[in-house]
Design a protein around this ligand. Structure first.
Ligand code: SAM
Length: 227
């Protein structure tokens, strides 16, 4: 029986890469990477010279077979994504399911992810939350927003910087201008920023900027929450 290791990588700050993650990546036979070039830089930085192959959203179905062949040949594989925890808005789920069905071992090496980092930084209740990842871009978006407006748990949403203002407008429309939100940008990086306030305040803050750059998580208070 072989092992598929699911290994979390830093979401910005290289100091967050755990010694155990590095040790596993050095000892496995192959590393499946979302993007071999992006991960190549990280691996080189940590002196990891294990052979890599690509495993991303567009070849995931095909590459699961390749991954299983390696495990069936008694070799171990680690799966990493460009940043954070594989499987969280990144490839991972299909591999874990297939590997478990073949009765190989799956071992997760935990580490950074943007969702829980933003949630804890948000100052909003963390006892119950709903991870929404990226909202649908077109079809189903309005319906999802309508449903989420009724949700009582804190919501965690991934959004790209060029769509942030659109999302804030939609939150205003569906959730109301007074709902509390936190916008977490560039977490763990040099220019980390946590902005907290009502939808209306965040709209004023971000529309006043010349440009919005970096990676963003939006955390939204649940329906009945007030301070
Ligand atoms: N697997 C990753 C994780 O564990 O968080 C998420 C990958 S998803 C493709 C990328 C999204 O995660 C970004 O668009 C952003 O919403 C969020 N993200 C990743 N790194 C971030 C960071 N340093 N600061 C804020 N958000 C981040």
């Amino acid at each position: 029986m072989s092992t598929l290791y699911i290994v979390a990588t830093p979401i910005g700050n290289l100091g967050d890469f755990s010694p155990r993650a590095i040790e596993i990546l050095k000892k496995v036979d192959y590393i499946a990477c979302e993007d071999t070039r992006t991960s190549g830089k990280l691996l080189k930085h940590f002196g990891i010279d294990t052979q890599t192959f690509s495993f991303h959203l567009h070849n995931e179905h095909k590459k699961v077979g390749h991954l299983l062949n390696i495990l069936n040949a008694n070799q171990d594989v680690a799966l990493i994504s460009d940043a954070g925890m594989p499987g969280i808005s990144d490839p991972g789920f299909l591999a874990v399911r297939a590997v478990q069905q073949e009765e190989h071992t799956v071992s997760v090496i935990p580490g950074p992810d943007a969702a829980t980092t933003a949630l804890v930084a948000s100052g909003l209740p963390c006892d119950r939350y709903s991870f929404e990842g990226f909202l649908p871009h077109k079809k189903g978006r309005q319906k999802r927003l309508g449903q989420l407006a009724e949700e009582e748990r804190t919501l965690v949403i991934y959004e790209s910087p060029n769509r942030l203002l659109k999302l804030i407008d939609e939150l205003e429309q569906y959730f109301g201008k007074d709902r509390l939100i936190t916008i977490a940008r560039e977490l763990t990086k040099t220019f980390e920023e946590i902005q907290r306030g009502t939808v209306e305040e965040m709209k004023n803050e971000f529309t006043s900027r010349d440009s919005i750059k970096g990676e963003i998580v939006v955390v939204v208070a649940g329906k009945r929450y007030s301070e």
